[in-house]
Design a binder for this molecule. Structure first.
Ligand SMILES: CSC[C@H]1O[C@H](OP(=O)(O)O)[C@H](O)[C@@H]1O
Ligand SMILES: Nc1ncnc2[nH]cnc12
Length: 300
């Protein structure tokens, strides 16, 4: 399908959805444009589609692994994805992810809102916008947006809440010994995608929440078959209507939060003060790149 480029009628797109494994398109909304912006960190995973909601707001959709799933979790150009969304005006990202469950009570096809993250990626992913002459340290103690919970955007009993998500490198799944170790760490869920996406959203001052769809019990259950892609995909397919319904249910709350200017509570301006590098020591090249993301923050 062909769409017009983002035009002057669409001035700003404040809400974005990142689709993970099995979720490659937005359904039920009128698609009005498609963009594929260049950023100082390259091109995003795929073209970004823009849809219009019933109340006239615009929503961007980006497939994390590309439509057709051609990027491994480690190859996802997370900096370009976040920078491209920011350049459209995005203030809130809802990111979907297929996850393994490390707890009996988090059953396959359940939806889970994680509140914490443990990093088990291996340092091979670009995980910051601040490097090479411009140093900043973002707060990340609470990695997901408090505003979305506080303002009742994501409410109701359909979710497990307050769970810890561990992010592994992949693309291979874990060994049984690793799966047991992650449980002993206190992790409840496992995926390969929340990092560096969540860190970069924080650096870009975008409110970010991941919605996890449990697809398997990984491999910690000694006498049960270990996770396979077939099992993950079967549960994702069975659950795709629920995922789209859930999105439709939270969109009005998201729209309210952005309309009321509440999305960036506690975030807006935070990266100005997180910068450590003295103005005269800032690399011109780094400042130029950061100007794309946070205009006016670091220019001297
Ligand atoms: C298809 S199983 C492993 C794969 O699924 C998850 O992807 P996403 O988070 O984009 O839904 C997981 O993180 C792995 O990348
Ligand atoms: N068991 C698992 N490990 C890592 N990522 C996953 N995504 C879905 N299931 C997973």
């Amino acid at each position: 399908m062909k769409f017009p480029r983002l035009d002057e009628n669409i001035k700003v797109v404040k809400i974005a959805i990142i689709g993970g494994s099995g979720l490659y398109n937005l359904e039920g909304l009128e698609l009005v444009a498609e963009v594929n912006p260049d950023t100082p960190w390259g091109k995003p995973s795929d073209a970004i589609t823009i849809a219009k909601t019933a109340s006239g707001l615009y929503v961007a959709f980006l497939a994390r692994h590309g439509r057709g799933h051609y990027l491994t979790p480690s190859e996802v150009p997370a900096r370009a994805n976040i920078a491209a969304l920011k350049s459209l005006g995005v203030e809130v990202i809802i990111a979907y992810s297929a996850v393994g469950s490390l707890r009996e009570e988090l059953k396959p096809r359940d939806f889970v809102l994680p509140s914490q993250i443990i990093d088990r990626t291996k340092g091979i992913r670009h995980s910051t916008f601040f490097e090479e002459g411009l140093v900043a340290h973002a707060m990340f103690a609470d990695p997901f947006s408090a505003v979305l919970e506080k303002r009742g955007v994501i409410e109701g009993g359909d979710f497990h809440r307050q769970k810890t998500l561990i992010c592994m490198e992949g693309p291979q799944f874990s060994t049984r010994a690793e799966s047991h170790m992650y449980r002993s760490f206190g992790a409840d869920l496992i995926n390969m995608s929340v990092l560096p996406e969540a860190k970069l959203a924080r650096e870009a001052e975008i409110a970010y929440q991941m919605i996890c769809m449990s697809t398997d019990y990984d491999c910690w259950k000694e006498h049960e078959v270990a996770v396979t892609v077939e099992a993950v995909v079967a549960n994702l397919k069975a659950n795709s209507d629920n995922a789209q319904r859930l999105l439709a249910a939270i969109l009005p709350g998201l729209e309210q939060v952005v309309k009321n200017g509440q999305a960036l509570e506690g975030l807006k301006g935070s990266m100005r003060f997180a910068c450590m590098t003295a103005p005269e020591k800032r690399s011109a090249e780094a400042v130029k790149k950061l100007e794309f993301l946070l205009p006016g923050y670091y220019t001297v």
